[in-house]
Design a protein. Structure first.
Length: 518
């Protein structure tokens, strides 16, 4: 994750000095910021066995474990314990198959090799590595008290199936489910608890990964430990969770989070770690290289028939910076204090080396299907928001275009508002948009139901209303709303059929596109 950039910057400066002294490399590619939450390496040394490839698995060290399947079939229901640093309690590699039924795995032995732990799972409780390697875990208990000890870790195209299993970690950099370099985790009826910093309940990291989780309970209490953290593809269905010291979800890069039929909460009131503002969900791009693997041309955050609750007392429910993203909300509830926090902030930043100030805004398509949305929207002058109120959506709030302090690359269209014929915008104050597309029948009113006057930048009244509030349109005004795939809910999901066949379960995601304009 992104919360240890101070350590990484120090490490980067030391590494540059070492490289220039040795003069052994023709080029230098130093990461100034790291999004894994990893502490700096001792004495500035590079991680043993780990490399700098951000999209292809490049670990050249040796994996070790107490219970090992190395290209073979192994089954266990025993208690297995590892107390050694940089050792897995259970390991499956080289196309092996490991089956754990009613097993008890424990892990201790701190490891401070952040990259090896976060990217390659070297000190995890259970590690599956290499294409063709598979682990099947059911009715088991996994516990770790050591730092750098993720619970279930899949990397290098390995696959792990986990059912009716609990994971509890208590130290830093110890996530529940973690997938990197196209690792795959399919899970059901999990109970996941993490207490350390930088320990998301469900995470993907460098090189991307795929995690699909259903019917599960999540809990995190450490700083920088959201319930969901994606640099890959995370999909949850019928999941509940509470984060007490971080936001609900974070996504870096052009990746994916799908939340269906779930109830996720953050009780954090202030901003998390180094985030520029307090937020319930953050979508961004750092310069660490950890999110170079992508799942699409834009980040995709989807919330369907779910509820997100945030206790933030400032900031914004959704915060986007230095990225391109589609946010799609369908028949869901956003529970936060709209008098204290905004609904949506799309803006550049001058923190954490997340892009170049003045040109690191965000481009966002924000869509509501059958939604009740409340809260103000703030877009800065180097960002672009296309907001869509569709399928009887009602939005209550005002929009503002704020001037970015550096403003190197100003946007030509900061806010475009699109309102379908059966949707409504209830203004709570004077507002400004660049472009307005409102179909015939769309309502733009105040809280008393009075029509809002729509005024062009030249002062011409495009629509004459009786409300005390006005909406200024600085660009174009039309009665046509055009949608695209960026407004649509997903209709395909991570395949769970092999999981269901193995465990005799029925956990496939249900298509939630019915009764929308998809």
């Amino acid at each position: 994750m992104r919360y240890s950039q101070i350590y990484r910057k120090s490490l980067a400066l030391l590494a540059i000095g070492m490289i220039l002294t040795a003069s052994t490399l023709p080029s230098i590619n130093i990461l100034a910021d790291d999004n894994t939450g990893a502490p700096a390496m001792p004495d500035g040394q590079a991680p043993a066995g780990g490399g700098a490839n951000t999209t292809t698995y490049d670990y050249s060290g040796t994996n070790s474990g107490v219970l090992v399947s190395n290209g073979s079939k192994v089954t266990s229901s025993a208690k297995t314990k590892s107390t050694t640093s940089a050792q897995n309690t259970a390991l499956v590699q080289n196309g092996g198959s490991l089956t754990l039924r009613k097993a008890n795995l424990t892990k201790s032995g701190d490891d401070n090799d952040g990259d090896n732990d976060n990217f390659y799972g070297i000190n995890s409780i259970l590690l599956a590595v290499n294409k063709g390697s598979k682990a099947y875990v059911s009715n088991s208990k996994l516990k770790a008290s050591s730092s750098g000890s993720n619970g279930i870790f899949a990397t290098d195209k390995a696959t792990i199936y986990a059912n009716k299993t609990s994971i509890a970690t208590t130290a830093d950099n110890s996530r529940g489910l973690d997938a990197t370099y196209n690792g795959n985790i399919i899970a059901n009826k999990m109970t996941i608890s993490t207490k350390g910093a930088h320990s998301a309940a469900i995470a993907t990291d460098r090189g991307g990964g795929n995690i699909s989780t259903t019917n599960s309970s999540l809990n995190t209490s450490g700083s920088g430990s959201p319930l969901l953290y994606s640099t890959g593809n995370i999909q949850v269905n019928h999941v509940t969770g509470t984060s007490s010291n971080s936001q609900i979800a974070g996504m870096e890069g052009l990746n994916t989070i799908l939340i269906h039929n779930s109830n996720l909460t953050s009780t954090m009131t202030n901003k998390t770690a180094s985030d520029p503002i307090a937020n319930g969900v953050i979508i961004y791009q750092s310069q660490s290289g950890d999110a170079e693997a992508t799942t699409g041309q834009s980040a995709h955050f989807e919330l369907s028939k779910s509820k997100l609750t945030s206790s933030i007392a400032s900031g914004s429910m959704f915060y986007l910076t230095n990225t391109s993203a589609n946010i799609i909300l369908n028949q869901s509830t956003l529970n936060f204090d709209a008098n204290k926090a905004k609904l949506l902030t799309v803006a550049g930043n001058d923190a954490n080396n997340w892009g170049t100030p003045g040109s690191n805004g965000a481009t966002v398509n924000f869509t509501g299907h059958k939604q009740i949305l409340k809260g103000d929207v703030d877009v800065d002058s180097i960002s672009t928001l296309n907001m869509y109120l569709l399928d009887k959506t009602t939005y209550t709030g005002k929009t503002t275009v704020s001037t970015n302090s550096t403003n190197t690359s100003p946007s030509t269209s900061p806010i475009t508002m699109n309102i379908s014929k059966n949707s409504k915008w209830v203004l709570t104050g004077h507002s400004t948009v660049t472009n307005l597309n409102a179909e015939k029948g769309a309502k733009i009113v105040d809280k008393d139901g009075k029509t809002v006057s729509i005024i062009s930048s030249s002062g011409q009244k495009l629509v004459k209303g009786k409300s005390k509030y006005s909406l200024t349109v600085t660009g174009t005004y039309s009665q046509k709303v055009t949608t695209s795939s960026s407004n649509k809910l997903s209709s395909s999901y991570i395949d769970r059929s092999d999981f269901d066949n193995y465990f005799k379960t029925t956990t496939a995601f249900v298509n939630n596109t019915k009764n929308t304009s998809n």
